[in-house]
Write a protein that binds this ligand. Structure first.
Ligand code: OSB
Ligand code: MG
Length: 372
């Protein structure tokens, strides 16, 4: 990979996009997306990054404020001292900072986009991926009304989404799945519990085996790997870990303990594209299937998730949905759109292949600050 001469300016932004419908999970009901965005500028190019934090620490301890703090006071000062450096050098520089994977990912993303634009190549080429059409998947929030849920699933099936994920929580699980399966006996279906259960709920989790689910995502504690291994040995449904996997070391621990059969690799959660690449490579060699998750990103973060899925380890459809699944309009020039066969085309062009629409961005922007 080539090098970046030096960084001339860095800007932080927050864009506030209302969601078309509220998104309910076991940990919150979200009605707006406050996207933390980062632009890194050098003399001959620029790069965009999107931090996948939220204003609140309900999915993960990082928030828009902690990430802004870490980016402004620790990560960017490290970059500002570097000359003629690779993205690998930058990541090495960041190693001293513990955790804060989402903050690190945002900076890494912007550097990769900048470097690819500087080389005039698409991002997938820079990271060693192969051009292909990307599978789609939709994540459907918890619905009070089961008929609404069934309607939403029907619409997703009509659009040819490659798999359907529904959020579950305690007491919003078995009864709902019975009805969903009765109406849709053959769809590729999975559930995501976002850590709502404990091993005391084993009798409920065992019942999930009746529904031919592709997997259950993150049934137990957000930080746990060990108890998931006890659970996986007692249920048939494959466990997929999301919240618990922040590093390659976590993936190794999970594989060695038998805690899961699948990992949701969110590049934004594991410190960026290059760490995600290492984890998918490890998964390929250890009989763990992987897919790319999402965090309700705008077109910027969505583009990174698309490029990531050109790597060979991403064998299952991810949470890669159309822009219009969440937002009335995107802040980038090319929104994500499903093709008639449910696949998504990679955006053409250098870097991530999409760019911010300045006038539209102005309408959604609630914060901006030059930090270098
Ligand atoms: O657990 O995968 C999750 C959204 C926000 C936080 C956590 C999760 C999710 C999703 C939606 O499931 C993913 C998406 O469509 O971007
Ligand atoms: Mg999840």
């Amino acid at each position: 990979m080539t090098r970046i001469k030096q960084i001339d300016a860095v800007e932080l932004f927050i864009a506030r996009l209302p969601l078309i419908t509220p998104f309910e999970t076991s940990f919150s009901v979200q009605t707006v997306k406050e996207a933390l965005l980062l632009k890194i500028i050098s003399n001959d190019a620029w790069g965009w990054g999107e931090c996948v934090t939220s204003p609140d620490p309900y999915y993960c301890y990082e928030t828009n404020k902690t990430a802004s703090h870490i980016i402004q006071d620790f990560l960017v000062p490290i970059l500002s001292n570097m000359k003629n450096f690779s993205v690998g050098d930058a990541l090495e520089g960041f190693e001293r900072i513990r955790g804060h994977w989402m903050a690190k990912a945002a900076v890494e993303n912007a550097l990769l986009d900048l470097l690819a634009r500087q080389c005039r190549i698409p991002l997938f080429e820079l990271i060693g991926g192969k051009k292909k059409k990307i599978m789609s998947g939709i994540s459907i929030g918890i619905e009070e009304n089961i008929d609404n849920l069934l309607k939403t699933i029907q619409i997703a099936c009509d659009k040819k989404y490659h798999r359907i994920k529904i959020k579950i929580k305690k007491n919003k699980d078995i009864k709902i799945l019975k009805k969903v399966r009765r109406s849709f006996p053959n769809i590729k279906l999975m559930v995501d519990a976002n850590s709502d259960y404990t091993l005391e709920d084993l009798h409920i989790l065992k019942k999930l085996d009746e529904f031919d689910l592709m997997m259950i995502e993150q049934p137990l504690n957000y930080d746990d790997i060990y108890f998931h291994s006890l659970l996986q040995h007692q249920i048939q449904t494959p466990i997929c870990l999301d919240e618990s996997i922040k590093t390659l070391n976590d993936a190794r621990t999970a594989a060695e303990l038998g805690s899961c059969k699948i990992i949701n690799i969110k590049q934004g959660r594991v410190g960026g594209m290059l760490n995600a690449k290492k984890i998918q490579k490890y998964c390929r060699n250890s009989d763990i299937k992987a897919w790319s998750g999402g965090m309700l990103e705008t077109g910027i973060g969505r583009a990174f998730n698309l490029h990531l899925q050109t790597l060979p380890g991403f064998v299952l459809p991810g949470d890669t949905s159309e822009t219009s699944r969440y937002f009335a309009e995107d802040i980038v020039d090319k929104p994500v759109i499903l093709q008639p066969d449910g696949f998504i085309k990679l955006p053409d062009g250098a870097g991530i292949g999409v760019d911010i629409l300045p006038e539209r961005f102005e309408r959604y922007k609630i914060f901006s600050k030059r930090i270098l």
